[in-house]
Design a protein around this ligand. Sequence first.
Ligand SMILES: Nc1nc2c([nH]c(=O)n2[C@H]2C[C@H](O)[C@@H](COP(=O)(O)OP(=O)(O)OP(=O)(O)O)O2)c(=O)[nH]1
Length: 136
Amino acid sequence: MIISKKHIHVTCAIIERGSLVLAAQRSATMSLPHKWEFPGGKIDTGESAEECLQRELMEELNIGVTVSRALSPVTHGYTDCTVTLYPFVCTIHSGEIILHEHAAVVWLKADELPTLDWAAADVPVVAMYLTTVIPD
Ligand SMILES: Nc1nc2c([nH]c(=O)n2[C@H]2C[C@H](O)[C@@H](COP(=O)(O)OP(=O)(O)OP(=O)(O)O)O2)c(=O)[nH]1
């Protein structure tokens, strides 16, 4: 019997603050424990990608964001599921960051992003983002 892997659609926010970018570390109890990611989450039925992004960022980090641009979606096959990531470059317009789910967040210069242990699906997202930013 062929059982196809679940395919989930996930928004994520590349949040800029001046020349810095926010990365979030998944907690020990989440899937992909301790991996770094861009915060966000699964798109619910009937929800647009941007609505999902705002809901997840409020739930996870207590912030509202303004989207400045979208990057191309990236699909990655994990062992147990396939994930398509929809990345949005954003800035924070409201709220102070409170960690409700993540183990940590860091603000890094764009060229420092590749030093983190990213979830595999994010590796091409980081690379794509870096091609779009002007070095300091
Ligand atoms: N939010 C987010 N999720 C990511 C990224 N990269 C990546 O592979 N993922 C994966 C991890 C999860 O399997 C899924 C996102 O689901 P979620 O954020 O709702 O995570 P979750 O902890 O509720 O998922 P789960 O443990 O219930 O499976 O996508 C990323 O940059 N941001």
